[in-house]
Each structure stands twice: as structure tokens, then as C-alpha cells.
Design a protein. Structure first.
Ligand code: GDP
Length: 524
């Protein structure tokens, strides 16, 4: 096997999708501890521990306590090189969160077993599903009383429409949590039992051979009954169906008590796909192709307040990235030497020397890159598929505070929109600017950057949540527009209605059944 092939096959690149508080930070920390990338729990987010402040680059991030280094984390485990890409939650949720999912090869979905599927998890899940990326589910917080495991599985199948295969099954829960019945490794892993006695092997029939105190518990018998039910009526295990994103393996555990995490990690690494060929506008590129290529999936601005630099996050897709190499930006045909590049480690930012498909490199950017740009090492100007545009849900009217600064205002808006930081709409007649975003943070970043990079202070007037629908029929005009269904244009002059809410949308549709409305990215 060539070294490049070997290296690519060792890469596992994923994002964690979850609703705030499900346990993403806790699980991430446990994984980083296993990988030796951090030495103490509580170091991933300053927000919670107050400890982590080594490189808070961006002012806004510092204020909010988000650390940029935690947006990509890398560690080695058992011969694999693991890259975890962060998907921020809460108010930090933005289009970047969605776009990050375009750069991973699999996703880990954490669900709080007491809450089941929550809104943000479902949205992120839909983006993964759309891309067909494999999803591994971790049912968290089993040390607390939660929903019945069968109910949780039914929820996954019914609400998310994905088939499930429980890799293990909880024996009790909450105060009576005894451990997990590991179907995959044919063993029982006991909760809060010393390392040397933690695992109990199972015999051919899937039972504990001989005497064991666990057998005295009624929960053991109940678990055996449920396992029998799963064996008879549940889905079969299929690594192919997992890789295709049609079946999700489900692991039960408790991130906080570090229970079931190592088993999860090891099984995940075995079944999660390594980097796969990626589509370009002219065919697929193999990750083992010797020619370097990658695409920009995220641009983070003003990381260093002393300079006005940004970092473009590049997902390597083929060949080998080497520091100082020359690349061509496919969109413009411009060549450049990449002398300053960064890789991401949990505790420090290290200069990257070499990276292969699956790895993420950060390039210092002075305004060269746009979201979705492809860079290549060779002569072929390939272009990876355009990243989808996500339907914004929050809107804001924006004007220049100082009328004398109109020029820099328009320049700033155009550039930030082009870069993909925010989406632009215009009112139907007067073409006043309306900004659209999927998360509030995008507006704050916009405002901050307009002031700092373009010297243009802005006035923002919130319009609140809207339901955006594109109109195919371009003969529609503002006779159909009202305060509850506002007709606007997107940046390509396509007509869009912004409805006050779902109810207003349905009302409009009933009144105007001939007007065809579309939502190019339905994640609701
Ligand atoms: P995030 O918002 O998804 O990153 O969630 P965190 O990892 O910060 O966890 C949210 C809260 O749930 C914290 O108070 C954690 O200590 C707690 N938590 C996380 N995992 C578990 C678990 O397995 N069991 C229990 N009981 N609490 C947990």
C-alpha cells in the first residue's frame, strides 16, 4: 500500500451534532483525553471552565468565551488520526455550523436520553441525511432516569426516518443503571465496577455463563428479553448500510462518568468511513490521488485583533498538503504560495507541515478566499461542488449609520455576502437591504466586521423570524405583498416571500394556489 493511501485510510473526520446541553463538550473532552490531546477535563470551552484562554483570537469570541482552537480538534488513537470539527450551538449557531457538515466524513449524534430528539439535532441531522453521511448515535446520560430505550429507538426511526441498530443496550437506568449489554462485542460492561472486573463475557446464547451477582437482578432478565426482541424484530447489522447513512448504530452510555465512551470510540473508528472520493463539477476525485486539492468550507474573521487577518478553513480532499506549497485558486486561476498555514490541535495551534485528505488546514487570508472555493496543487482547475445555501430564518434591515460612508457600506455588504458570512435580500421596490441568517451570531459578526474592516457603522432593525419561500413565477409583483407576506428579492434578483410564520404561509397558499413556492433547503 502506498504511504498516501495508508495515511488517508487512517483519517476519521467527524462532527458532533446535538442540541445544546446534550453532552457534546463532555463527550469531546473524554475523546480528547483518550487521544492524549488534553490532560484535564474542562479544557475544551472556556465558557464553562473559565480555564481555557490560550488563543482566543477573535474579539467577539473572547467576549463569548468560544475558543477558535476548539473549532477543529485533532488527536491520534490506535493508529488512527481523528479530526473533530465543532458545530457550535445556542446563539453561536450559524450557517458555518451547517457548512462544517460538508467537510466531514461522518457524524456523531448525541441525544440526551431523557429528552429524546431536540430541535437543533433534527436540523443538523437533516443536513447529514441530505449528504448521505453516516451517523453514529450516542444516547447519553444513562446515569439518570430517561426515556425507555425502545421508545428512544422508535423516535429515531419515526421522527428522523433512519433505521437503527443498537450496538449495546442499557441494563437499567438512573439510580439502577448497572451497565450495558454489548451486543457487538458479546460482553457486558458494568457501570462503576473496577477495570479488571468490568467486563463479563457472554456465551453462545448471549448469556452470562455460571454464577454472577448480576444475574440476581430482575433487570438482567428484562435486558435478555429486550435483546431477544431486538434480535428477532430489529434490523440486522450492516456496515454497508451504516456507510451509506441508511442505518445508524446506537450506543448507550454516560459521557460525564466516562462510561461506554471508550467502547464507543473504538467501535466508531472501526466502522466510520475514511475519506471517500468527492464530487467535482467534472467528476470524482479520489482522496489517494497524488495531486493536492481541497475546498474552503468556513472563513473565520479577525482571529488576531492586532491584524485584520482571517483564517480560511480548508478541507483537504486529495494528495498531500505541504507547508509552503504553491496552489492555484480555481475560481480566479491565481497562483499563490501557502507559507503560513495552521493545523488545529486541542491545546495549541501548531504550524502544519503536512496534511492529507480528511485533515483541515487553516490558511491566513487577506480577502482572497470565498466559501466553497477550491484550491489545487496541479494544473487541473477542478471545482468541488458548490456548497448549498441554507434557508435563513432570521432577518434584519440594515442601513449605513453615516450617509457619507455609503461607498464603504456597500462594499462591505457585498464582500461579506460573497464570502458567505450572511445572506442578502432587497425590498421589492426601493431595494433596501435585508440580511438573512440562520443564527443571531451572524448579525453580530456582520456588524463587528463592517465596523472593523470596512469602517462602516451600521444600523440594524430586527425583523424577527420569517419563513422564506422562493417564487418560481417571476411575473408576481408586490400586489401580493403584505406585512405578513413580504415580497423581496434575493441577491440574484429571484423573488422570495418572507412570511410572518407558518400560519401566514399556509394562509397565502390557500388564497393563491397557483403560485408555486419552493424551499431549496428544507430543514424545518
Ligand atoms: P453541550 O452543551 O452539548 O456541550 O453539553 P455539556 O457537555 O456542556 O453538558 C451539559 C450538562 O450535562 C453539563 O452539566 C454536563 O455535566 C451534563 N452531562 C453531560 N453528560 C452527562 C452524563 O452522561 N450524565 C449526566 N448526569 N450529566 C451529563
Amino acid at each position: 500500500m502506498s504511504t498516501l493511501k495508508k495515511e488517508v485510510q487512517s483519517r476519521k473526520t467527524f462532527a458532533i451534532i446535538s442540541h445544546p446541553d446534550a453532552g457534546k463538550t463532555t463527550l469531546t473532552e473524554q475523546l480528547l483525553l483518550f487521544g492524549g490531546a488534553i490532560r484535564a477535563a474542562g479544557t475544551v470551552k472556556g465558557k464553562k471552565s473559565g480555564k481555557f484562554a490560550t488563543s482566543d483570537w477573535m474579539e467577539i469570541e473572547k467576549q463569548r468565551g468560544i475558543s477558535v482552537t476548539s473549532s477543529v480538534m485533532q488527536f491520534d488513537y490506535d493508529g488512527y488520526r481523528v479530526n473533530i470539527l465543532d458545530t457550535p450551538g445556542h446563539q453561536d449557531f450559524s450557517e458555518d455550523t451547517y457548512r462544517t457538515l460538508m467537510a466531514v466524513d461522518s457524524a456523531v449524534m448525541i441525544i440526551d436520553a431523557a429528552k429524546g430528539i431536540e430541535a437543533q439535532t433534527l436540523k443538523l441531522f437533516k443536513v447529514c441525511k441530505m449528504r448521505g453521511i453516516p451517523i453514529f448515535t450516542f444516547m447519553n446520560k444513562l446515569d439518570r432516569q430517561g426515556k425507555a430505550p425502545l421508545e428512544l429507538l422508535a423516535e429515531l426511526e419515526e421522527v428522523m426516518g433512519i433505521e437503527t441498530y443498537p450496538m449495546n443496550w442499557p441494563i437499567g437506568m438512573g439510580k439502577e443503571f448497572l451497565g450495558i449489554y454489548d451486543r457487538h462485542h458479546k460482553r457486558i460492561e458494568q457501570f462503576r465496577v473496577e477495570e479488571d472486573q468490568r467486563f463479563i463475557p457472554l456465551n453462545q446464547d448471549g448469556e452470562i455463563e455460571g454464577d454472577h451477582s448480576l444475574k440476581q437482578s430482575g433487570l438482567y432478565d428484562q435486558t435478555l428479553e429486550e435483546i431477544e426482541l431486538l434480535n428477532e424484530a430489529g434490523n440486522d447489522f450492516s456496515s454497508e448500510r451504516i456507510a451509506a447513512g441508511d442505518l445508524t448504530p446506537v450506543f448507550f452510555g454516560s459521557a460525564l462518568t466516562n462510561f461506554g465512551v471508550q467502547t464507543f470510540l473504538e467501535t466508531y473508528l472501526k466502522y466510520a468511513p475514511s475519506p471517500q472520493p468527492r464530487k467535482t463539477t467534472t467528476g470524482e476525485i479520489d482522496p489517494e490521488n497524488e495531486e493536492f486539492s481541497g475546498f474552503v468550507f468556513k472563513i473565520q474573521a479577525n482571529m488576531n485583533p492586532a491584524h485584520r487577518d482571517r483564517i480560511a478553513f480548508v478541507r483537504v480532499c486529495s494528495g498531500k498538503f505541504e507547508r509552503g506549497m504553491s496552489v492555484t485558486l480555481s475560481r480566479t486561476g491565481k497562483s499563490m504560495k501557502l507559507s503560513q498555514s495552521t493545523s488545529f490541535l486541542a491545546e495549541e495551534r501548531a504550524t502544519v507541515e503536512e496534511a492529507v485528505s480528511g485533515d483541515i488546514v487553516g490558511l491566513y487570508d487577506t480577502g482572497t478566499y470565498q466559501i466553497g472555493d477550491t484550491i489545487v496543487g496541479g494544473k487541473d482547475k477542478i471545482q468541488y461542488e458548490r456548497l448549498p445555501q441554507f434557508t435563513p430564518e432570521l432577518f434584519m434591515k440594515v442601513t449605513a449609520k453615516n450617509v457619507m460612508k455609503q461607498k464603504s457600506f456597500h462594499k462591505g455588504v457585498q464582500q461579506l455576502v460573497q464570502e458567505g458570512a450572511i445572506q442578502l435580500f432587497k425590498t421589492y421596490r426601493t431595494e433596501d437591504y435585508i440580511l438573512g441568517a440562520v443564527g443571531q451570531l451572524q448579525f453580530e459578526v456582520f456588524e463587528h466586521r463592517m465596523k472593523n474592516e470596512y469602517n462602516a457603522e451600521v444600523l440594524m432593525e430586527p425583523m424577527g423570524n420569517k419563513v422564506a419561500r422562493w417564487v418560481e413565477d417571476q411575473t408576481i409583483d408586490d400586489r401580493y405583498s403584505s406585512s405578513r407576506s413580504m415580497l423581496v428579492k434575493d441577491r440574484y434578483d429571484q423573488l422570495v416571500f418572507l412570511y410572518e410564520n407558518e400560519f401566514a404561509l399556509r394562509w397565502f397558499q390557500d388564497k393563491n394556489p397557483d403560485i408555486k413556492l419552493s424551499n431549496p433547503m428544507d430543514l424545518s
